[in-house]
Design a protein around this ligand. Structure first.
Ligand code: TXA
Ligand code: MG
Length: 337
């Protein structure tokens, strides 16, 4: 039902002011915009009608809460209750940047924004377009990733146009996202800080800055947790992406993995063939930047099997990437030895 007239604001080569986009948001409309992680689909966080439109456009289950984006630290006070000293320390070190912090919510934050939870997720994005849009709107923006639910997160303006043209009021096109995977989600609402979703801000960095051990929720796919048994981030229970093709993640000694891939290719009679996602010599950060866009390419090329080679570098960013790979593959994972 692509019936809406979507206004496209192209800021890829030239900056234009964001007054019109901000006005759409103030009127309760929804507008997609770039951030440094992935593109977001925004609406005014304190306006439940705007938030309802976001769920509808994405086809997202309404119990999956949204991240609220701010442009200045003082906006936290509009959203969160019981702001503790750890927030300021983390904001100083990581904001603006790819870290989302969960705090007890103010009553004024609509249940729809937080999926009925008593907490709210907050992040200050490191992207001038996003920050200026929030400032001009004059209100924090709820924004999940700007993809149709079940498709890879969009890291380029073109991805957003493919998914949301005709379904939203506006799309702002900016640079390709430099981080490429979604923010680290850190829960500060309990006694101990807990990572609910891994990202490029790592457990080690967070622990160092806070001067205390940061835990990792044990139910994270592809991540050995700290044995914590607590409710996970609601979003982690949904399959994030099921490519049209089958997908498998292979891990092991590189020559053995490459040998296995040759074997798999030989055994298949398929017309469309196999796409291999191999990040080879890339650092974990470089690999994370391009992963989602490679998944989208695989869909376009209409392959019937995607083989992803697990990131060689199993540092924390490598594990965050592995988490996305395993989700995309529906946990289809093989160790080659
Ligand atoms: O990098 C990002 O975080 C991007 C950009 C646009 O900022 N946004 C993003 O939003 O990835 P989304 O909606 O696709 O993912 C938000 C995640 C979900 O897993 C959701 O369940 C979790 O954050 N979340 C949000 N609010 C929460 C809360 N109050 N408690 C626990 N988890 C929460
Ligand atoms: Mg998402």
């Amino acid at each position: 039902m692509d019936t809406m007239d979507t206004k496209v604001f192209d800021l890829r080569n030239e900056w234009t002011d964001l007054d019109e986009a901000a006005e759409i948001l103030r009127q309760g409309g929804i507008v997609a915009f770039p951030t440094e992680t992935v593109y977001g689909l925004g609406g005014v966080a304190l306006n439940p009608e705007a938030v309802a439109k976001i769920y509808q456009a994405k086809g997202r289950p309404a119990d999956n809460p949204m991240i609220v984006h701010i442009s200045g630290l003082e906006e936290v006070g509009l959203l969160a209750e019981k702001i503790d000293g750890r927030l300021e320390i983390l904001a100083q070190a990581f904001w603006p940047g790819p870290l989302t912090i969960i705090l007890p919510k103010k009553e004024s934050v609509p249940d729809l924004t937080t999926g009925g939870l008593a907490t709210v997720a907050i992040r200050m994005p490191d992207c001038e377009i996003a920050l200026e849009l929030i400032r001009k709107t004059g209100a924090p923006l709820a924004a999940p990733s700007a993809n149709i639910s079940g498709r890879p997160s969009p890291t380029q303006g073109q991805h957003v146009e493919n998914d949301l043209l005709g379904k939203v009021d506006g799309i702002i096109l900016g640079d390709n996202c430099k981080v490429g995977i979604e923010s680290t989600v850190l829960d500060l609402s309990g006694k101990e800080p807990v990572i609910l979703r891994p990202g490029t801000v790592t457990k080690e960095e967070l622990s160092l800055v806070l001067g205390e051990e940061v835990l990792v929720a044990s139910d994270q796919v592809g991540q050995t947790g700290d044995g914590l048994d607590r409710p996970k981030s609601p979003g982690t229970k949904y399959t994030h992406y099921s490519p049209k093709a089958d997908m498998v993640v292979l891990q092991g000694n590189r020559p053995l993995v490459l040998g296995e891939i040759e074997k798999i290719k030989k055994e298949r009679l398929s017309p469309h063939g196999v796409k291999v996602l191999d990040f080879g010599e890339k650092t974990s950060k470089e690999a994370a930047r391009v992963f989602f866009s490679q998944l989208r390419s695989a869909d376009q090329e209409d392959v019937d099997l995607i083989i992803a080679i697990a990131p060689e570098n199993q540092d924390s960013v490598g594990l965050a990437l592995m988490n996305r790979m395993l989700k995309a593959a529906g946990n289809n994972f093989k160790i080659i030895e």
